[in-house]
Design a protein around this ligand. Structure first.
Ligand code: SF4
Length: 424
């Protein structure tokens, strides 16, 4: 890093979770250290205030020039028959480069979060869904049903910006909004307490029993009569009361975080959520809202889908894109020896390191990852801090520009990928 000039940046977009809050205030001192001075959260502080260590490209742990590292990476990919590109912690421009290189070398692509995001994708592909945007939530929600999560551990400012916001476009008294937590145990529900001090309704159950509870709620909303008096410790009468309130609401929103639904066939529970939303829409307005998002997962899937027609867990080995959310899982491919070179990308997070594998490993990542064991390591700058970029928000309908807050001597991911492609 070099040539920092002390400055303060207003309305910075934070890429540390899927909310992409665009109101963060960041100060940069003359040494290049960033401080979140306003509108941040613990997650954004970790992201922006991380002390950056200096590192250089390396081959088998030995420092080399960028050109040598790029040439070695190109050699590994040129001689590979089944390259796997995984991790993929990046934004739109980085992913464009990754897709271009994948097409050239016939790689398979998988994002580090695909294990959970594909629970949502399967529902979308199987039956479609009615989901809404954060803007709609901010302006219209009157009953928020949170399923199996606390939200704030994933999206810390969700309630502040979208539920307890002081103003809405339609003069709604936002402090009167109702919040209900359904499922999960020992969830911190304090964010659901309204500004008037009204506590949320909490109907806890073990996460493993959530499929039964959600199926029961869907049945009740569909006017089925349940014989059981309780489901997973939740009184049927409480679910009936919830159903009545959802039907009476003018704009309910049902939200979940797929990574917290760590259940066998979680997609079926998500489908029950989205189907109960469809049922509610027969008489009133209701929408689903998948939350979470990290390491650029939504941006990577969007870019992949508009470029190739498929989200990740796709393959370019046959000169046309193929998609298989089960077979093209990086974990599966590595376990079955179906990959002979790994290219791992993580530009946002030095803690997202590649799996231990016995195949040639190229790592293009955050400069603080330099201690990892890799055949080739190339440190890159970070979008949203060291260079500009573009990211998709969790609701996928809004893309936001990421700013450059300081100078960096490191190349960006797209520059490295383009150089590797040229050296093939
Ligand atoms: S809630 Fe998410 S996007 Fe907003 S500041 Fe915190 S980490 Fe960044």
């Amino acid at each position: 890093m070099a040539n920092f000039s002390a400055s303060t940046f207003e309305a910075v977009t934070c890429p540390a979770c899927g909310l992409l809050c665009d109101d963060v205030r960041i100060s940069c001192d003359s040494t290049g250290l960033l401080t979140v001075s306003e509108k941040g959260c613990a997650k954004s502080v970790i992201f922006f205030e991380r002390a950056v260590q200096t590192s250089s490209p390396s081959i088998a742990g030995k420092s080399v020039s960028l050109t040598e590292a790029v040439n070695k990476a190109a050699e590994i990919l040129r001689t590979s028959n089944q390259p796997l590109f995984a991790g993929l912690g990046t934004e739109v421009q980085g992913m464009r480069g990754v897709l271009s290189l994948a097409d050239k070398v016939g790689a398979t692509l998988d994002h580090m979060n695909a294990y959970s995001s594909f629970r949502n994708t399967l529902v979308l592909q199987n039956s479609g869904w009615q989901v809404t945007t954060l803007t709609e939530v901010r302006n219209r929600v009157d009953l928020l049903l949170v399923i199996g999560t606390d939200i704030v551990s994933h999206n810390p400012r969700f309630f502040e910006r979208n539920v307890w916001n002081k103003e809405s476009m339609f003069d709604q008294d936002t402090s009167s909004r109702e919040v209900v937590y359904l499922g999960g145990q020992n969830i911190d529900t304090s964010a659901g307490i309204s500004p008037k001090g009204v506590k949320p309704t909490v109907l806890p159950c073990d996460t493993e029993r959530l499929p039964e509870v959600v199926a029961a709620l869907r049945a009740i909303i569909a006017s089925k009569t349940l014989v059981a008096k309780e489901i997973a410790g939740i009184k049927t009468s409480d679910l009936e009361s919830l159903s009545d309130r959802l039907k009476a609401a003018k704009y309910s929103v049902v939200t979940w975080v797929s990574s917290d639904l760590n259940l066998p066939h979680a997609e079926l529970t998500i489908q029950n959520i989205t189907e109960l939303v469809i049922k509610l829409n027969a008489k009133t307005r209701s929408s689903g809202l998948p939350l979470g998002g990290s390491e650029g997962d939504y941006s990577v899937n969007q870019t992949s889908t508009w470029t190739s027609g498929y989200p990740v867990r796709s393959r370019f080995a046959r000169k046309h894109p193929e998609y298989d959310p089960h077979h093209f899982s990086a974990e599966q491919l590595l376990a079955n020896d179906e990959a002979d070179a790994l290219l791992w990308v993580s530009e946002f997070n030095p803690d997202k390191t590649p799996p231990n594998v016995n195949i040639p490993k190229i790592v293009i990542g955050h400069t603080n990852m330099h201690a990892i064991d890799a055949d080739v390591f190339i440190p890159v700058s970070t979008a949203g801090i060291d260079h500009t970029g573009t990211m998709f928000r969790i609701d996928s309908s809004v893309s936001l520009p990421l700013g450059k807050l300081r100078e960096s001597s490191l190349p960006s991911l797209i520059e490295v990928i383009t150089a590797i492609e040229a050296a093939l």
